[in-house]
Every structure is written in C-alpha cells, then in structure tokens.
Design a protein around this ligand. Sequence first.
Ligand code: GLA
Length: 397
Amino acid sequence: MTEIPAAPAHSEHARAALAAFRAQTGVDATHLVFAPGRVNLIGEHTDYNGGFVLPMAIEPGIYLAARPRADRVVRIWSTQFPEAPAEFAIDVALEPGEPSWSNYVRGVIAGLQAADARVPGFDAVVHATLPGGGGLSSSAALEVAAATLGELLAGVTLDPERKALLCQHAEHAFAHTPCGIMDQFAVVFGKRGHLLLIDCQSRERTLVPMRGDDVALLVVNTMVRHALSDGGYKSRRDDCHEAARLLGVRELRDATPEVVQAAQTLLPERLFRRARHVTTENRRTLAAVDALRSGDWLKLGALMHASHASLRDDYDVSCAELDAVVDAAGDLGPERGVYGCRMTGGGFGGCCVVLVRATQVAEVKEALRTRYHAATGIEPVVFATQPADGPAVLLQP
Ligand code: GLA
C-alpha cells in the first residue's frame, strides 16, 4: 500500500478520517482522498449568466476514506451526521435517496457509470473540515472528493474539466440545485497561492497570483442559513434569463451596464436591478483582477464593498447577518486593517470574505467577532484562509 505523505495541513484530519473509517467498519481504509472548499473573492451570481468569477480553493474541505468491497454495494457514513449510513446498490440505475447529503455521492457515481467508468462497491467515511451549508461549497467538495475516489476505484482518469462538469451535473440531477460552474471549477482547478479567474462563457481559466505578504483573507461565518435559499437561487436564475431575453442577448454576459441602463424603461424594475447587478459585477470582477495584479488593495477592497452593495440592493440575496459583518468591516476601514468585505457564495446567510492588512489580522478578527455578536447575538466563526490546491490523493494501494 502506498501511503502518500500527507501535507502537514492534512495530517491531523487525514488521521481522523482513517480512524473514523476503522471505527465504522472494523477494518482499515485503503484509499483516502481530499477535496477543498472554496471562497469566491468576487464575481457573484455571474456564473450562470456566462460571466466572470474569481474564486479560490481553501484549506478546509472534505476527506473521504474508503475501501472497495467485493459486491456492488456502497455504504457511506458521515462523521457530521453519524445517525445511519447511506446504503445503495450500484448495479441498478441510481436515484436520489436518503440521507440527502448522500445524493452528491450517488449523483457522481451515476455520472461515472454513464461515462463508462466501472466503479466497484465500496465503504466510505466522509470527514468534513468545512461547515455544511455555510456557503463554502461543501457540496462541490463532496462531489469532487467522490469523483476522485471513483476515478481511483475504477482505474480511470477523467479530463479535469469533464470531471468538474460531471460533478455539476450530479448537483443538478441529484440535489436539484441548478448551480453554475464556479464551485466545481474552483475545487477542481484550485492552486495554492492563486485566485482562479473563470470566464464562464468560454470556460477559459486564468490563474492570478495572490501577490505579496501585505494582505490576508478572513472568512466570517455568520452561522445562519435562511430557508429562502433554494427557491431564491432558482428565481434569480429565472429573472436573469428573462432579462436577457428582453434585452435581446443570449445571456447577460453579452450585455453591459450601459446597455442595461439604456433599457431601463423596457425592463420591469426587478429585472432591471438583476441585470444591473450582473453586468456591473462582471466589470468589477475584471477590475479586481487588475487590482490584484498591481497590489492595489484599496481598489480591490472598494470593489468588494461595491459588490456587496449590489448583491444586497439589486440582487436581494444578502440578509441582516451578512450586512452586519460588512457594516462592521466597513466601520473598521483601511485605517484599522480592513480593505474590503463582501458576502461570498449564493447568499441568504453563510459567509463573508474580508481583505485584511496582514499585520492586523488578529485585531480585525477580534473586532469583527465582537461587533457581529453585539449586532446579532450570534457567535460567528472567523478564520484566516489562503488560496489552496485542488483535490489530493493521500492514500492508495
Ligand atoms: C452558488 C452556486 C454557484 C454560484 C454562486 C453564486 O454557490 O453553486 O454556481 O452561482 O452560488 O455566485
């Protein structure tokens, strides 16, 4: 058996995943894979409009410890939801089932089978170092971890873009979330020290180095998730498609803020605001790449604040808790170490990303924690993060 030395960042969690596997099954795992979560720096709700996004993979993610079985049965436990394993046979056409988190794995295996990869039965344990439902793409991390494991077990290697698309399809078909491509691309193509600019129309990817040691990124988890999220996401997508139709473009990527402004009387008020968000956000995302390249942190921070305002006022996907974090960050401002802050991910709760002067990380962390708690009565989870690598194989025979 080849034990691939785990990076120091992995070792403690890798051990926990292997121990959990042993505890559940009584035998040792033969495979261990990891896939990261993601944070989006800017470019929100643009991916399903063919626009630009600028995410990165992060160190927290999902470990999957596994061992093939002689039969065609899959059993999966989760250390987060220890109640009962998911169990299903893979010789039949796979369908969504219970528990709901298992659908990300079911969907990926169905996709691999459709791609003629013969995945054997296996036992697996999911061990997450990412909060589920926190807007850090725990679902994409689980999909990509499952696809990486499936590749190993079936003895195939998928083209990475195909792998990301297979994972996105699993989410559409098995979790009924009509997500764009950002999360799965960020997880698959993440690279340490880099942001990933994705043109979601051409799918072209450009790695943008996170320059210098002057800045750090903080994630603030509001610890809330509002029920609106599911229907809210789909209705935003529908609004955008309708706005594009009325503007006479294939997708909103093909319009500009000027075109939208000129069409204000043509568009119902809500659709006008949706289209204004998407077109201005595309512009901000490209401007953010320039700011990153030149190390202009004030500029990048201002773009992040503007992105949040647009998501809050035009796109209606923020909430009181996300706004409380952004307001606290804005009050601190560059003098006290904060360049910019915005919600990250789909919205309606989840996390904010904060661009912070590196020498002031500890003070900013504490100030945001105290201020958020004072405003909402909720204790947030705040952690520093940096752009990390995509999936990893940590153990294989
Ligand atoms: C979710 C979706 C992504 C993207 C974001 C919003 O994370 O999975 O595809 O649309 O919301 O930017």
